[in-house]
Design a binder for this molecule. Sequence first.
Ligand SMILES: *Cc1c(COP(=O)(O)O)cnc(C)c1O
Length: 394
Amino acid sequence: MREVYLDYNATTPVDPRVVDVMLTFLKYYYHNPSSLYSRSKEVRKAVESSREKIAKLINANPDEIIFTSGGSEADNQALKGVAFYLQKKGKHIITSSIEHHAVLHTCKFLEKMGFEITYLPVDRYGIVDPEDLKKAIKPETTLISIMMANNEIGTIEPIKELAEVAHDHGVLFHTDAVQAVGKIPVDVKELDVDLLSLSAHKFYGPKGVGALYIKKGVRLHPLIHGGSQEKKLRAGTENVAGIVGAGKAAEIAMAEMKDEAEKIKPLRDWLEKEIKEKIPEVIVNGHPEKRLFNTLNICVRYIEGEGMLALLDMHGISASSGSACTSSSLEPSHVLLAIGLPHEIAHGSLRFSFGKYNTAEDVNKVVEVLPEIVEKLRAVSPYGREHGFGDYQK
Ligand SMILES: *Cc1c(COP(=O)(O)O)cnc(C)c1O
């Protein structure tokens, strides 16, 4: 059966052009970039060229980029790195209630270490209000971390305004831009952020490679101690093939991102329209306009996301019912609760996230099977039956 992959926010397939350069490095350029012979220097050059490509994608300088093992490590590095470096100045950090767990669970850890964290609320679209941020800042606040685009509902935050509020109060600003980089234009100078996390496997690069942008002059403690790689901020022999792959993916994103968006958005919009027309009592989550062009998150009333996922999977359709990290737990998504949905509705969530290899045929397939799946599940769900679904089938 043909797979219909609609889970690009969880991870993307690796672009074949990325695979090619990675294979070359795995096979022939295995040398340690820190060694002193000429082969090593070539490998070093490739790592630095990748750094330039990543920097270019977000309009940073190459010396403001450190490579990490992914988005989670970049988030951990930013939060713990600044929190501990500035703890004599203060121990208060502000974030939002809809962050990825890489930020939220890091904050929980910092709470255990004696830091105070404020979790800002969001409106029903998932937007953080700069006024709320202003009110939450205290003299002890050292860092504010708000994501650029939400992985579950796709809402895009007003990062420039939020960073301005932070800077008006002399506070550093970090953004988890893992879902934004490679999809939409991201310019660290225009946004004026101090730290920014990104991850290659969200834009057709390999898993296990990411980067943290650290604005010139911003100081923080390293997470990993050891050798003096990455300006002593990230010890360990570089993941050369991964880094080269990330650079290639950045170069491709830079050149093709705009065309991809133009191709993908109509597919997402079409699926949204068809679902609204063919399935009664569906809620579309996220901001109507300030939303990633590839993300469609819905709540189907009276049934559970997991049930729909399992039946979609039987038709070869891969989607998600919230964040990958919460999908094994029975708690509904913290993001959907934060935008004000009651538990019973949040349980019925389904996320389709599109990418560059999707086609009209993929949308057709979902439109063909989803209404039936929903009808079936509602007919056997006590909630569904209470609301009149299923009766006509008797
Ligand atoms: C995927 C994701 C992460 C984690 O990135 P990894 O590279 O998988 O560690 C962090 N934040 C957001 C918003 C994400 O979507």
